[in-house]
Ligand binder design. Sequence first.
Ligand code: SF4
Length: 316
Amino acid sequence: MTFRWKVADDGEPALFGVDELLAPERGTGRLSGLEFLHVTAKRVLNQVPEQSRAPFRWTINVYRGCTHACAYCFARPTHEYLGLNIGEDFDRKIVVKLNAVQRVRAELADPRWGGESVAMGTNTDPYQRAEAKYRLTRGVVEALTERANPFSILTKSPLVIRDLDLLAEAARRTEVSVNFSVATLDERVWRATEPGSPHPRRRLDAMAKLAAAGVRTGALVAPVLPRLSDSPTQLRAVVEAVRDAGGDLLGIGPLHLRGAVRDHFLDWLQGFDPLLHADYLRRYADGAYAPKRYAEDLYARAGITDRPTSIYRSTR
Ligand code: SF4
């Protein structure tokens, strides 16, 4: 297999220099079936382009690819840039920026760094399974905490509780929020659409622990899938569970189907439910977005009259 570690013949930009590709490692034990592609990154703090509508200007993503393997994941095309495929490669071949902690320490110490808030989990999950082995997110959180640099985390994993003491300390020093993506509590839909992710109830348990420790926490209810997870009963169950856990509701959003993810998701849906596949082809015939009225209506279905004023927009 050839990786696109340097400028490729087709003109794709380099993400890592060829000398920055280190020996890969196969996962063993609970991580068997995974492959970790070790790299050294040139930079870890990433500035979001000016034209982006994302509500954060700086991000850190220490892993590329994500073992949570969500069928709808928007980050899948990032694997294509590396010459890997957006399907199983994205789920199982995880790029690990081994020098992320050293890099972030150097970048935070740079006098030009302005101390802006840093968002983690905007592309791939910072507490995915690889984090149990590499502890890079923990190292980054330590570096941010030492400098009292504000940050936010978005995850689907209760592994974040391993770092509870550290996060509580960070929350005492600066502005911190640790949020969860909880698209549904429906067991069948969760298993089918997020096959590598921890059970959503475990995310809510983690949310309750964070709230009890004084860390601001909440949930992004997205992507809501038409006719799979969008009934009033399903949506109200999530919203009530988030409130019970002491979290804020950050937003409710429908599925988007952009670029290569559209084909990937629709192929998956055809295997899962051919009738639903035909329905989605009609629903998304005009583009990547669900109709605006449908998106607005999700709040009413969830029993929300006061829509959250600040809606966390995830790029994934
Ligand atoms: S949606 Fe998030 S948790 Fe799921 S595979 Fe993508 S990055 Fe991972």
